[in-house]
Design a protein around this ligand. Structure first.
Ligand SMILES: Cc1cc2nc3c(=O)[nH]c(=O)nc-3n(C[C@H](O)[C@H](O)[C@H](O)COP(=O)(O)OP(=O)(O)OC[C@H]3O[C@@H](n4cnc5c(N)ncnc54)[C@H](O)[C@@H]3O)c2cc1C
Length: 468
């Protein structure tokens, strides 16, 4: 990028909010997936007007701009693949208002997700979207990825809580979508188009988020199964018997063993699967539902059911799930975390397909995730320095996506497409479906300024590149 443009950016913002030295730029060259791409400059706007000015300069000079939040994406979204400007939104981080009367929060995009959750709870309210990265990811990143978490089963994902946005378009205009009302059917609904657009259609500069009353009580149980298929049946059994848990997570045997090897907490290492179920709501209903969920698990041959009797025990049960990610990275240094999602009734079949893929490619595959909504997390543990292993991993990843789509599912339940899954988009959407999406991108961003090389495969791109 020309030095005079860097100077112009420094005049536009301030010297300390425009970083152009190599070491500083390196900090904005990666995310939690694969690949390193240096931006020419990293800029830190603090107002919407500054975002507008940066985007207008980029349009004038035809320079790519890649929006960035906490940089925790698992799919390559904030990677500045074409260089240019890394637009780091973390300093627009004011939580502007929690409006109790209207049950909404108004936030800037750099607010950390857990901070919003805490502030809402302090007011007796609840912001349910709960990605595991909530202590470090931003609301802007969550909206752009349409992130989800265990609460997705009962409460839905990020998009279900966004009712209004302020957005800077790829050409540097400010638009407002939706508003403060829960109902709004005026024209095309642009809010859900921006949510999940991975920074390719606009820069989110403000969001109006729906809050709900905080549930009064919650209870959890752990059910242990000797056979994964039985656990799949128990999951369906709970859901078809009138119980909608707040969370319902599954851990397979390799996940259980990894946790016990890492931090022994008394999990049954011989079990084929564990299900964790949490119900929330009115205290009387919670008591009734947890007992019925326990009974259903026993009916489907759970060999043990542990119901947490108090808050401390509830937290202990959830420790098993929280420890899986750190535990599996002890096995080998490289973790490829996928989020292929299938219709819930297909979970047992998906587990079977994953076992076949594991054996065929001789890979270390661990499966856990959001059983209630079919959003599994097949995680492959490998060593990026081992070229032969990474080639097998690469092929296995392709087959995992294929299996999910063949079972009526999707490439991604929550991590997004970015660079990592772009080569597989046509497999799920078909050529016409993909082309309609491309046309939306072209209409919004004719010069392809905003976050280029994301979502859409490049000509000839047939595989995800994990190791080069
Ligand atoms: C340990 C770990 C656990 C995770 N667990 C989960 C999980 O449970 N569920 C889940 O869904 N994801 C999870 N993720 C993935 C990741 O945390 C989410 O995708 C998260 O929403 C990204 O937020 P971020 O602030 O880090 O955004 P970034 O990674 O910086 O960016 C993500 C995308 O958002 C765009 N973007 C960022 N800010 C803006 C903005 N203001 N306007 C427009 N576009 C913008 C970027 O261009 C990029 O495409 C996990 C990641 C890690 C490392």
């Amino acid at each position: 990028m020309k030095p005079e443009l860097i100077r112009e950016l420094k005049e536009m913002l301030s010297d300390d909010r425009v970083l152009d030295s190599l070491d500083e730029r390196y900090s904005y060259s990666f995310d939690a997936s694969f690949g390193t791409f240096l931006p020419d400059v990293a800029v830190f706007p603090v107002t919407t007007e500054e975002v507008v000015n940066v985007i207008k300069l980029a349009n004038r000079e035809k320079i790519p701009v890649t929006p960035r939040g906490g940089g925790t994406s698992l799919s390559g979204g904030p990677l500045p693949v074409a260089g240019g400007i890394a637009l780091v939104m973390t300093r627009m981080n004011r939580l502007l208002e929690i409006d109790r009367d209207n049950l909404v929060a108004i936030v800037e995009p750099g607010v950390i997700t857990a901070e919003l959750q805490r502030r809402a709870e302090a007011e007796g309210l609840f912001y349910p979207p709960d990605p595991s990265s909530s202590n470090v990811s931003t609301i802007g990143g969550n909206l752009a990825e349409n992130s989800g978490g265990p609460h997705g089963l009962k409460y839905g994902v990020t998009k279900h809580y966004v009712i209004g946005l302020e957005v800077v378009t790829p050409q540097g205009e400010i638009i407002r979508t939706g508003g403060m009302t829960v109902k709004n059917v005026t024209g095309y609904d642009l809010t859900p188009l921006i949510v999940g657009s991975e920074g390719t259609l606009g820069v989110i500069t403000k969001a109006i988020l729906r809050l709900i009353p905080k549930p009064r009580a919650r209870k959890a149980l752990m059910a242990v199964f000797n056979d994964l298929i039985d656990s799949g049946r128990a999951i369906s059994g709970v859901l078809t018997n009138g119980i909608l848990p707040a969370k319902m997570e599954i851990l397979d045997n390799p996940s259980i063993r990894a946790v016990e090897n890492y931090q022994p907490i008394g999990l049954p290492v011989e079990a084929d699967a564990i299900i964790l179920i949490e119900v929330d709501g009115h205290p009387a209903a919670v008591e009734d539902e947890i007992n019925r969920a326990a009974e259903i698990c026993r009916r489907y041959r759970a060999k043990e059911v542990r119901v947490a009797e108090n808050e401390r025990q509830r937290e202990e049960l959830w420790r098993a799930r929280k420890l899986v990610s750190p535990a599996i990275t002890q096995v080998k240094p490289t973790k490829i975390s996928e989020d292929a999602t299938v219709p819930r009734a297909k979970i047992p079949e998906m587990f079977e397909r994953l076992r076949q893929i594991r054996d065929k490619y001789n890979i270390h595959l661990v499966v856990f995730g959001h059983a209630g909504d079919g959003n599994l997390h097949p995680n492959i543990i490998a060593d990026i320095r081992d070229k032969d292993e990474m080639r097998r991993v690469e092929e296995a990843v392709g087959e995992i996506f294929k299996a999910a789509v063949e079972l009526g599912g999707t490439l991604s339940g929550e991590h997004g497409i970015g660079t990592m899954k772009a080569p597989y988009m046509e497999m799920e959407l078909g050529p016409v479906g993909l082309d309609m999406m491309r046309r939306i991108k072209q209409a919004w961003d004719p010069d392809n300024i905003l976050n280029p090389y994301k979502i859409f495969p490049q000509p000839g791109q047939t595989r995800v590149v994990l190791s080069e």
